[in-house]
Every structure is written in C-alpha cells, then in structure tokens.
Design a protein around this ligand. Structure first.
Ligand code: KG4
Ligand code: ZN
Length: 341
C-alpha cells in the first residue's frame, strides 16, 4: 500500500470519560462517529472518577467499535489504518483504547498511529470547514486545556495557555458551587440563560497582563465567595443561581474572546478556530462571532458533536499522519501530559 492509500481510517478516543470510535474516509468524510458517554457513572461524584472511567471503557470498547463499523457500512477488512489517542489524558482510560487499537491493527495487518488529543481537537475545525487553510489561530478550550496555538502547515506553536485551571474545569467547579451537578458546562450554560450577566462584576483574570496566558482559579474563588455571601449553595434561590451562572459565564468567555482577538492581531492571522468541549458554549459562540465580524477575522466553530470528545477528529488527524508516512510500533504507550509535538 502506498502512503496515499489510507482511505478508511478507524479512530479510537478514550482519554477521559467518553469511549468513542469513528470511521473517516479520505481524512475528511465522517462515515460513522459513535460516542459512549459515562455521565451516569460519574454524576453521583460530581466529577470523573478515573478508576470507574477505565472500568467502564473496558466494558464498552468492543461494542462501540462494532457499532461504528456497522454504521459506516464497512467490514473490518476495509479498514486501512487505525488511529488512537495516546495522550494527554487519564492513563488508565487511554490504555483501554490504545490496547484495543493496537490489537485491532495487529489482527488486521494495518498500521497504527498514536494521535495527540489536542491535535485531534484542532483537526475538528478542518473537518467542519474543509476550506479552513493554515495559518490560523487555534483556541483549545476543554476540561483539561485552555491554550492558544498558531496552527501552520508543519505543526503548531503554543502562544499562551492557562497557568492553573482549565476553563472547562472552572465551569465544572462552578456547577458544583451552584448545586447544578455534572457535567457542569452545559448545566451552567442552561442556568445562565435565565440570569442577568451583569448581576455580579466578576474579574476578567489576566487581561491586564502582557502575553497571551490565561488563569481561571481566581475567577472560581470569586464565585465561591459570591455563593458564600448569598448564604451558601443550599440557600441559593433559582434567581441567584441564574444570575451567578450568567455573570460567571460572561467573565469566563469574555477573557477567551479578548485573548483570541489580541492573538489574531499580534500574529497577523485571518481566522480563529475554537475547539474542545467549551466551544459548545452558546455565549462563547455568539460573542466570538460578533467580535470576528467587527474586527474582520473569520471564526470557525465545529458543530457541538465535534467540539466534545469524539473519535472522528482522531481518525482525521491520524489519516493525515498515516499519509505522511508516520507509523507507531506496537509498544506505543499512553502518556498523561505532554505538549503537542
Ligand atoms: O473536550 P472535552 O469533551 O473533554 C476534554 O478533553 O476535557 O471537554 C469537556 C469540558 C467539560 O469541562 C465540560 O463542562 C465543558 O467541556 N463543556 C462546556 C459546555 N459543554 C461542555 N462548557 C461550557 N458550556 C458548554 N455548553
Ligand atoms: Zn477533549
């Protein structure tokens, strides 16, 4: 098989609490994308419990892969390569998808390639908008990451990142403070729709600092103090919850929009791709689009199902690597942290 023949790539993603498999044709067309979520497993704990996540992945992996293949209309023999997230993430969770992917590739006699989770997220923008051409600004906003990249043809350069919590993590922690449960981001966003975003003047962390870094732990503490001043989580009225949620969401997303605008100007770029779970946020989507129109840069948001963890983005990123001749050996291991590249 020549390097250009990777028509059908099967992708596997299990870096956190989603087990996902997908089949992508020619690196661009999604034939199937199945995501098995573990929300019910972790809801009682208010956050992801790593040991429970990996055990659930073991139970789910085969059936999720079989479903993806069935939905794609292909047979295993049609798969030309396997792409699997090798990190960063929860190592126990990663190892389930990785072991399955390596075993499958070995059995089928096709190459396997490990994909960096954030490269996968960045690829979701190109999957959604095939005309998006590098260089562009990539803003990755998820439960584990908040970072700005200059994406160019040869790779990515980190421009700025969070010094403490990720923005998705802040959404999840604020959800707990507001008694909204798990998963936090969508719950805070839904509550915010009923509230007044100017009710509480929360800080816009780091905006007065030079550079392009972020910080979310101070904002989370400010929300905790506000909840305390209103009598604590159990004393909050639905109106309190809505106002605090709306004010927090405004502060958290405002920082992302202003940092992106600064980075676009500084780097002389014409487009911003916003990817990762928090890119599903309605306020972030509308504000970024408004600022993009006003300042003349293109704003790309993948559809929500490509923003949260999925395997189509991993298959697409893997297809690109395989076509460039990148391969991994069967001793490919999982890693919990590492920068792109
Ligand atoms: O990319 P992702 O699915 O997993 C990671 O790689 O972390 O992102 C999950 C994060 C969670 O923190 C979740 O609360 C947040 O994305 N999230 C949202 C929304 N939907 C998911 N945050 C704000 N608004 C949303 N609508
Ligand atoms: Zn992710």
């Amino acid at each position: 098989m020549s390097d250009r023949d990777f028509v059908h790539v099967l992708g596997i993603e299990s870096s956190c609490d989603e087990m996902a498999c997908a089949v992508v044709r020619d690196g661009r067309e999604i034939l199937a994308s199945v995501v098995h979520s573990q929300e019910d497993v972790h809801r009682p704990y208010g956050g992801v419990v790593p040991e429970l996540a990996s055990r659930d992945h073991v139970r789910a992996v085969s059936s999720v892969a079989l479903r993806a293949l069935a939905e794609s209309g292909l047979a295993f023999e049609d798969v030309d390569g396997v792409a699997v997230t090798s990190g960063p993430g929860l190592v126990g969770s990663l190892l389930v998808g990785l072991s399955f992917g390596k075993a499958l590739a070995y059995r089928l006699g096709v190459p396997v390639v490990g994909v960096h989770h954030l490269v996968g997220h960045l690829m979701s923008a190109e999957l959604a908008r095939p005309d998006l051409a590098p260089p562009y600004l990539g803003l990755v906003v998820s439960g584990g990451h908040t970072a700005l990249y200059r994406v160019h043809r040869e790779g990515t350069d980190l421009l700025g990142e969070t010094r403490d919590d990720a923005v998705g993590e802040a959404f999840d922690k604020v959800a707990v403070l507001l008694g909204l449960g798990f998963p936090g981001g969508p719950a805070v966003s839904a509550a915010a729709r009923e509230g007044d975003a100017s009710a509480v003047a929360f800080p816009r962390p780091m905006l007065e600092h030079p550079g392009l870094d972020f910080s979310y732990s101070g904002l989370k503490t400010a929300v905790a103090l506000e909840v305390e001043a209103r009598g604590g989580t159990d004393a909050l009225s639905p109106g309190d919850v809505a106002d605090v949620a709306a004010s927090f969401e405004a502060a958290a997303t405002d920082v992302l929009v202003r940092r992106a605008r600064k980075a676009v100007r500084q780097e002389g770029l014409a487009a911003v791709a916003v990817v990762g779970g928090v890119a599903a946020n309605r306020r972030l989507r509308s504000e970024m689009a408004r600022v993009g129109r006003r300042h003349g840069f293109d704003v790309v948001f993948p559809p929500p199902e490509l923003c949260t963890d999925n395997a189509a983005m991993i298959a697409a990123a893997g297809a690109r690597l395989l076509r460039r001749g990148v391969r991994d050996e069967l001793h490919l291991n999982a890693f919990s942290r590492a920068p792109i590249g």
